[in-house]
Design a protein around this ligand. Structure first.
Ligand code: RAM
Length: 361
């Protein structure tokens, strides 16, 4: 197996040539004398100084939903490499419980007390982190969510892996193709409060109203809290509760892996279909043994890198989180901020037996 990550894949560069030219004088060049003062004033006014120099010596803290789990380990390693390359200090904090919202809140509070420069957080809950995040921001700490968002007013920007609707539609289409667009389906999610999971589920429900899904019926949604054992049990419960189940979508790397393990050991192997968001290294054996045909993901390392670069751009005053601002994310190129300060990584990849050995994450 050779290592390739989405460095091979085109990240969607949302910059247009004309927009680029606006900042052309500042790209890669020294900032003008007034940049420092300007950036403070402009930041306070919500305006960015795109040509401000990239600050060094910052402390950038990553708070994933869960530590010591492959998806976030890869994402945060991507963040660490970018932060280090930019001359700042990276740190990761968090708990290994995939549904520990209270733990996230206390980590934010302690990062605020330690006066870090920026926090990159994947939120377990859209509301619960808000008070702590608002306190951090009012103390001058920049907040970027990555992977899973909080409410818009509780962070400066959100680094999204791909369009939420696109991701939902892709997963539903894959399952539709695998079951001939017919029969009962279920979803195996992560934490019941997770913003990203719930956004995808809402778009799936919406998409199911399309006439081509008229013979597919969503009969259940189970929550495995990104815990291997709980997700495995929930997969079993779904199959027992719904003997006619034709397929499962699990939009979580831990959930799909556990469900694949359960199916591969059961009488349903190959007949009950499974798709969702999975890491190629977790899913390889289940693709090779015929349990899983195809699933989706983005490169977590690139997501972490983009979050790190956005955090440094925020802390440097190059962006403030407003729609239409742009920043350069190293060799990933220029990214712009969309509505509500959302920065989108790009197109996800579909993995199957043909390409899974091309990836190592
Ligand atoms: C799990 C988490 C994460 C999600 C990925 C796909 O690791 O739930 O938030 O984005 O799966």
């Amino acid at each position: 197996m050779h290592r390739t990550t989405s460095r091979r894949h085109p990240s969607v560069l949302l910059a247009t040539v004309s927009a680029l030219s606006v900042f052309a004088t500042g790209c890669g060049g020294a900032a003008d004398d007034s940049a420092g003062t300007e950036s403070v004033a402009n930041t306070a006014a919500g305006k960015a100084s795109p040509n401000a120099p990239t600050k060094r010596g910052l402390t950038i803290s990553f708070l994933p939903k869960q530590v010591n789990t492959p998806y976030f380990s890869v994402a945060d390693q991507g963040g660490k490499e970018a932060v280090t390359e930019l001359g700042s200090t990276f740190q990761e904090v968090g708990t290994d419980d995939g549904a520990d919202t209270a733990g996230q809140v206390s980590h934010i509070t302690s990062l605020t007390q330690r006066k870090v420069d920026a926090i990159a957080v994947s939120a377990q809950d859209p509301e619960a982190l808000c008070t702590a995040l608002k306190q951090a921001m009012s103390d001058g700490i920049k907040v970027v969510t990555y992977d899973s968002d909080t409410k818009t007013e509780c962070r400066n920007a959100f680094v999204s892996p791909a369009g939420a609707e696109d991701l939902a539609v892709r997963q539903l289409e894959l399952l539709g193709e695998q079951i001939g667009y017919k029969g009962e389906i279920a979803i195996l999610s992560a934490a019941q409060t997770a913003t990203n999971q719930n956004a995808w589920i809402a778009y799936m429900k919406e998409e199911l109203k399309d006439p081509r899904y008229k013979e597919m019926k969503l009969v259940d949604i189970a929550y495995g809290d990104d815990d291997a054992d709980k997700s495995y049990e929930q997969a079993q419960v779904l199959l027992e509760a719904h003997p006619n189940l034709k397929g499962i979508i699990s939009p979580t790397t831990n959930g799909i892996k556990a469900a694949a393990k359960y199916l591969s050991e059961s009488e349903y192997k190959g007949t009950v279909k499974l798709t969702g968001l999975g890491a190629p290294n977790d899913m390889r054996e289940y693709v090779k043994d015929g349990t899983v045909e195809a699933f989706v993901l983005w490169d977590p390392a690139r997501l972490g890198e983009l979050a790190a670069r956005a955090a440094v751009a925020l802390a440097s005053g190059q962006i403030t989180g407003r729609e239409g601002q742009m920043f350069q994310a190293g060799d990933m190129g220029w990214f712009n901020l969309g509505e509500d300060g959302v920065i989108t990584l790009g197109e996800p990849t579909v993995f199957d037996a043909k390409n899974i050995d091309d990836y190592d994450f």
